[in-house]
Design a protein. Structure first.
Length: 215
């Protein structure tokens, strides 16, 4: 993290990063809910490319039109991620980083230990491995929020510790596989939303790696 930033600037940066991670976590974690689309219509984060075009297209949509969009995106999510196609994407770190290409490998065990250490609870029904990309993005969002809160409370030592955890997580658990995942999603997606989501995941992960490398 840039040491030339003031405490207020660093806190704002943490909160901005948390918002992007939360967006990615929701979008990758489930079929997009109507409330998510309504929030984008009313003024979501500034987005470029295909995702920005998608958000712009929602500006004049009423709730009935948004429900039709939601239905289309639900079908796309099922096709890309839930096995409703010949070659679905498995958004799990273990699949991309283990020698076997299987679920529940070393990466899953490693993130579980980190989650427990940092008090991060995975909200799932128990059938989804913890190295799902939505959980990993959610973990980073939580760390950034906690770091911002520590800065707000004047606890620079805890903020520095949480920043170091984020840096290590990007290097060890995001940068090694998110680009490949994004490429696979982009190759299979047919909607601007999921093509754009893939691009955002790839670009933001690269930006995060550069941010910490420059610190």
């Amino acid at each position: 993290m840039d040491e030339n930033l003031t405490i207020d600037e660093t806190r704002a940066l943490m909160e901005e990063r948390a918002a992007v991670y939360e967006f990615l976590s929701i979008a990758f974690g489930e079929e997009v809910p109507l409330a998510f689309l309504q929030a984008l219509r009313e003024g979501g984060p500034a987005l470029d490319g295909a995702l920005g075009a998608f958000v712009t297209s929602l500006a004049d949509a009423d709730d009935e039109a948004l429900e039709a969009v939601r239905t289309d995106l639900a079908a796309e999510y099922a096709r890309v991620f839930l096995g409703m196609s010949r070659s679905p994407v498995a958004p799990y770190e273990s699949v991309y980083t283990s020698e076997t290409g299987l679920l529940m490998q070393e990466a899953r065990d490693a993130v579980v230990r980190l989650y427990r250490r940092e008090g991060f609870a995975v909200e799932a029904d128990g059938n989804i491995p913890e190295d799902h990309i939505a959980f990993e993005f959610g973990f980073m969002a939580g760390l950034a929020r906690k770091a911002a809160a520590a800065l707000r409370a004047g606890d620079g030592e805890e903020a520095a510790r949480l920043t170091a955890v984020q840096e290590a997580f990007v290097a060890d658990h995001l940068a090694p596989w998110v680009p490949a995942l994004a490429d696979d999603v982009a190759a299979r997606a047919k909607t601007d939303f999921y093509r754009g989501l893939a691009g955002l995941a790839r670009d933001f992960t690269a930006a995060e790696a550069e941010l910490f490398a420059a610190a």
